[in-house]
Design a protein around this ligand. Structure first.
Ligand code: G3H
Ligand code: 13P
Ligand code: ZN
Length: 330
């Protein structure tokens, strides 16, 4: 018999109060993805020092890479480390892009405090059916459920899409009402990965569809909206990578000014994975190129972790507005 663990035993929080406060105070809670120890340390330290609530996201790929049990304990370790450091921040453990009811159930039973069921690739009625089933299972245990309507372009291991289908504002009320989900990810022009736009220059990056966001907000009022694919693909790190043997050409993300605008329009959660990956790769490449004799992983992963922490603090302060907000939630 597998022991069922509630997130409450692990000291984790669901997203309900976080999003309520985020709506009232007009900021976005960061959803940062992890696959390993150093990323988790950087997130806990970065969010702890900037007093930001945080959603730690685990994708299906991350579960396979790091082992699902290991990741659960890692997250639990993160909560304990935050306490030991004296940080008073709410921490959510979230399944990112769950592709089936069974996977969501397994995460809920294993201490996750939030899950995303991503049925965006399904037809509308099927998306509603499975999302609703996840919500029914989760709500019993007070676990939050994020759903998605509309399709983001971009490549991930488990959610692959060549098309971009903006969210139809005419569907959102019906979808939220019938599924009972706690937050909704919408497609307004963001996409996953480091190549979000097929443009030659930064100046040619198009604006997000703020008109759709505003229409959705009109229909849903204070309901929490999520933006996936919201890395900015920070130029300084792309340059370090390319200077040190990397080949990332025409990699462009969502300008931070647009993300700030999205928080003002009432987006409550912003997902960032690629920017963290770029920081780690940039620092590791630089150190290994400058010190070819180095072979102690702590000597390159440690500085990568420190730089990631710095990036997180800056994002929380300057982009998401989540810095200093933890005290209004706890
Ligand atoms: O949106 C999801 C994340 O970027 C996870 O990507 O499937 O490569 O772990 P992954
Ligand atoms: P990025 O690839 O833009 O970082 O998006 C991450 C994401 O949406 C995770 O769910
Ligand atoms: Zn995503």
């Amino acid at each position: 018999m597998i022991k069922i663990v509630s997130f409450k035993e692990l000291g984790l929080s669901n997203t309900k109060k976080m999003f309520k406060v985020a709506q009232e105070r007009k900021f976005a809670v960061p959803g940062y993805n992890i696959n390993n120890l150093e990323q988790l340390q950087a997130i806990i330290l970065g969010c702890g020092e900037s007093e930001s609530p945080v959603i730690i996201q685990i994708s299906q790929g991350a579960r396979e890479y790091a082992n699902q049990t290991m990741l659960r304990y890692l997250a639990q370790g993160g909560v304990e480390m935050a306490k030991e450091q004296g940080f008073k921040i709410p921490i959510t453990l979230h399944l990112d892009h769950g592709s089936s009811f069974e996977l969501c159930k397994s995460c809920i039973d294993n201490g996750f405090s939030s899950v995303m069921y991503d049925g965006s690739h399904l037809d509308y009625e099927e998306n509603i059916k499975v999302t609703k089933k996840v919500v029914e299972y989760a709500s019993d245990k007070d676990v939050s459920v994020e759903a998605e309507l509309g399709v983001l372009a971009g490549i991930e291991e488990y959610v692959k899409s060549d098309v971009h289908k903006f969210t139809d504002p005419d569907q959102v009320e019906d979808f939220v009402k019938r599924t009972g989900c706690n937050s909704l990810a919408i497609a307004i022009g963001t996409s996953h990965g480091a190549y979000k736009f097929k443009v030659e220059k930064e100046e040619d990056i198009p604006e997000l569809r703020f008109d759709i966001l505003q229409e959705v907000k009109k229909r849903l009022g204070d309901f929490p909206i999520v933006l996936h694919g919201s890395s900015s693909v920070l130029k300084e790190y792309v340059e370090i990578i390319n200077k040190n043997g990397g080949q990332l050409e025409r990699a462009f993300g969502i300008p931070e000014t647009q993300l700030r605008k999205a928080t003002q329009y009432g987006v409550s959660k912003i997902n960032i994975d690629t920017d963290g990956r770029l920081v780690v790769t940039a620092i590791v490449r630089k150190i290994l190129a400058e010190k070819p004799k180095e072979f102690d992983p702590r000597k390159y992963l440690g500085p990568a972790r420190d730089e990631l922490k710095k990036m997180i603090i800056r994002k929380n302060k300057e982009v998401l507005g989540s810095a200093g907000q933890a005290k209004f939630i706890i």
